[in-house]
Design a protein. Structure first.
Length: 168
């Protein structure tokens, strides 16, 4: 049996495609990408849900309930010469107290160039506030709440394959 494109499906996770020549047939393989993802969410149930969903999708999830703890983990004195500990951040906009999600992102952008570490900002907001945030944070991908987990996983896959931010 000969196919022009042959897929090796994986049930979960982020994938890339690699085209190779196999027995004179062009074959597309899907390679799974395992990402280290930090999640900043103040609501324990949502944090647990996101952590579980990402781990079931093949990623390593690192939950945080405060922005301060995430920033401290990202920028320890030892981390100045070390690679970043995460491939992607998921940050809730509305965190109680300080810092807010935007303040956490601004703090991160003071230490590393915007766009270096992909960020997905989750928020439940109006369209006008969404537009303002996108203008204020052009390198951040915005995901409006409520969202389906499949949309989040698809967004993670797009961010893994392309550094260009997008909105859902």
């Amino acid at each position: 049996m000969t196919f022009l494109h042959r897929y090796y499906p994986f049930p979960h996770g982020v994938t890339t495609h690699r085209t190779i020549l196999y027995q004179n047939v062009l074959v597309t393989e899907r390679e799974k990408i395992h990402m280290k993802i930090a999640i900043l969410e103040d609501q324990p149930d949502i944090l647990e849900l996101l952590t579980t969903a990402l781990e079931l999708a093949g990623h390593r999830a690192y939950p945080y309930r405060t922005g301060t703890s995430l920033v401290e983990t990202l920028f320890t004195p030892q981390s100045k010469h070390a690679p970043l500990p995460y491939n992607l951040l998921i940050i809730d906009l509305y965190l109680p107290g300080t810092p807010s999600g935007v303040e956490v992102i601004n703090s991160i952008h003071q230490h590393i160039q915007p766009g270096t570490l992909p960020i997905i900002l989750t928020l439940a907001t109006s369209q006008s506030e969404l537009s303002d945030l996108q203008a204020q944070l052009p390198t951040v991908t915005v995901l409006r709440q409520p969202f389906h987990l499949k949309d989040l996983l698809a967004l993670i896959e797009r961010r893994a394959l392309s550094p260009t931010p997008c909105s859902v």
